[in-house]
Design a protein. Structure first.
Length: 115
């Protein structure tokens, strides 16, 4: 359902719910809430920021590969925006700490963030 000329609606509620559960480190609830958002529900960097929350939830749930995939998607929304995101930097650094050998995707993300 899309509500035109409104910045608030079901997708925004799900976005905020995902963020809240991510901050509370409740990945199962965050990931359930995130499933109510579909590509196109949020535009541009709003979707990119949501993807960073989803990546954090996956990382908290120990789904490192899926977290990396969501971070790559976030970077694809806007590379200029992405390189200034402290959340993205923290996520990539956490993944790097857990990996014995850094994957090409993680090396690429680290390079994008200047780390």
């Amino acid at each position: 359902m899309k509500i035109y000329n409104s910045s608030f609606g079901p997708a925004r509620v799900a976005e905020q719910e995902t963020h809240a559960y991510t901050v509370l480190h409740d990945p199962s609830k965050a990931l359930i809430a995130s499933q109510r958002i579909h590509p196109g529900d949020l535009q541009g960097i709003a979707y990119g920021r949501h993807l960073l929350d989803v990546a954090q939830a996956h990382l908290d749930a120990r789904h490192r590969k899926t977290a990396t995939e969501r971070i790559l998607e976030a970077r694809a929304t806007s590379q200029v925006w992405f390189r200034h995101q402290a959340v993205a930097r923290d996520l990539v650094e956490s993944i790097r700490e857990e990996e014995a050998r850094h994957s090409p995707a993680v090396r690429s993300l680290a390079h994008s963030l200047g780390i």
